[in-house]
Design a protein around this ligand. Sequence first.
Ligand SMILES: [Zn+2]
Length: 204
Amino acid sequence: MTTTTATDTLAYLRSKRGGFPLIDCGRCGATGFMPYSYSGGTCFACNGSRHVVPAGKPRTLWADANRMIDTAARADTSAHIDAETGTITCGVTAGDQVRDTYNMPAAQAANVAWRTVERVEIGDLNGCVSRIGCNADGSMKVRSLGLDVTIHYTDGTSQRGGHLMTRKPTPEIIARRDEMGAQARKAYDNTLAARARKARRATA
Ligand SMILES: [Zn+2]
């Protein structure tokens, strides 16, 4: 039998946030839900994840890491079949780490975890056509046809691709993100140590 402790869960969540420190979300009381708010009641401070990166240096580093990925690692999740060669191409492949922040307010997007692609399922033609002009007989000359895409992640979740603003960082960017995560962890450990010293002084 395996038991899951709070520490295990936090360690797991941290691993999905590039090693950044995490604390309970104060807005929703770590429930992930805010009744009567928009977005189906999902707490936008933690994006329903129940945890946030602590304020101060850790959160600044977290914002920097996300900005780095959002500007440098935009990925095309659509899939096409070349009309002439029949070659299928898709911008996302197994093993990629992606982070989808499509159409989200910045505060919510900041708490979207990275997910690892397990496999990409290519489906039927989705009706998207890339045309390059007309044939001599007036018919449409087609370069490629869009295909339905479903991305399956190693955490068991999946999503339809094609229109998503997905980020796919390179290994170098991931290494830099993890470095920033380690810095943030150190900063938070220092904060906790300072707090403990202060508490000891107060009771001495
Ligand atoms: Zn929350």
